[in-house]
Design a protein around this ligand. Structure first.
Ligand SMILES: C[S@@+](CC[C@H](N)C(=O)[O-])C[C@H]1O[C@@H](n2cnc3c(N)ncnc32)[C@H](O)[C@@H]1O
Length: 298
């Protein structure tokens, strides 16, 4: 069986359930790069969680061994315990993926995976005195962390980044919305009340429409899927968005990466339309996710 037919078999039997999901798209894109290299490559996943992504890739395509083994880093001990048990051939490290010394001790990698990881660096800059993220500090931390992570990629190697994306209009733009049903309105109120420790401000207009900032509108539509689910407890403490398209470009190009693909992905767009209608002319739903593939040139 050649590389491609083995991969197709692996995907169909093991990963088909991820079809259309962000994680699935990341795995497919990474597998394409690995198959093009025609040999196992060394992968670093920063913020690997239970290692579904790096684990599937190493399982299907193998990894160099010994010192050159692929590595997953996470600060969550419970997630890493699952990862270690499921994928014993991968080296998992408990630690902070923004730690320069830790990264330098690992050497260089062919592929860096940052999947739903960098928004944590931004969210970690939450400031209780303002009930919000300290945005300049969060952005500065992102630039520093990414610059350190970028040093771990070999020249000619790749980064695949999947995460939230801010809209390309000023985030304080007022957006007026109308709910499609009383249930949708109830969900919005729950979101605004429970998205703590953030303070979601909005204005209630006549006719039950609501006006809020573009930043909070984006948070509302991208977070409602978690309402009432076990993940909500964690999700409500995070901002999924941090950079818009041009800021993402700057972060990558400044660190010697050539962007090969910048793909906007939306999983919930139809669901949002069932919840809410935008009344403000010229404003649209935000992008939901971005999947970036970039190659290190220098
Ligand atoms: C949303 S999960 C994504 C897990 C995995 N990448 C995936 O997509 O399946 C984010 C993970 O990043 C980890 N994380 C966040 N900030 C971190 C940091 N500074 N150092 C290490 N791990 C971090 C969290 O513990 C969590 O497991």
């Amino acid at each position: 069986m050649n590389n491609d037919s083995f991969w197709n078999f692996y995907w169909e039997t093991r990963l088909q359930h991820l079809q259309g999901q962000g994680k699935g798209e990341v795995i497919l894109q990474s597998s394409r790069l690995i198959r093009a290299a025609n040999q196992p490559i060394r992968i670093l996943e920063a913020g690997c969680g239970e290692a579904q992504i790096i684990g599937s890739l190493v399982d299907a395509h193998g990894s160099p061994e010994g010192e050159q083994a692929s590595v997953g880093i996470d600060r969550d001990l419970t997630a890493l315990a699952v990862a270690r048990k499921t994928y014993p051939s991968i080296r998992f490290l408990t630690g902070d993926f923004t730690d320069t010394e830790l990264l330098q001790s690992l050497g260089k990698f062919d592929l860096l995976l940052l999947v739903n990881a960098l928004h944590h660096v931004f969210s970690d800059a939450y400031d209780p005195s303002i009930g919000e993220i300290d945005v300049p500090k969060g952005k500065a931390n992102l630039h520093t962390s990414f610059a350190t992570l970028a040093q771990s990629v070999k020249p000619g190697g790749y980064v695949i980044l999947f995460d939230g994306l801010e809209a390309d209009i000023p985030l304080d733009t007022p957006v007026q919305i109308q709910f499609q049903s009383p249930e949708a309105q109830g969900k919005f109120q729950t979101f605004a009340r429970e998205y703590l420790p953030f303070r979601i401000q909005y204005q209630l207009n006549t006719g039950d429409s609501v006006t809020l900032s573009m930043r909070n509108f984006t948070r509302y539509v991208t977070k409602i899927i978690f309402l009432g689910k076990p993940l909500w407890k964690r999700e409500r403490q995070e901002s999924y968005q941090y950079f818009n398209e041009s800021e993402m470009h700057t972060m990558l190009t400044r660190n010697g990466f050539d962007i090969q693909e910048f793909r906007l992905l939306s999983v919930d767009y139809d669901h949002w339309l069932q919840e809410v209608r935008i009344l403000t002319p010229g404003v649209d739903f935000p992008p939901e996710h971005v999947l970036i593939t970039a190659q290190k040139t220098g």
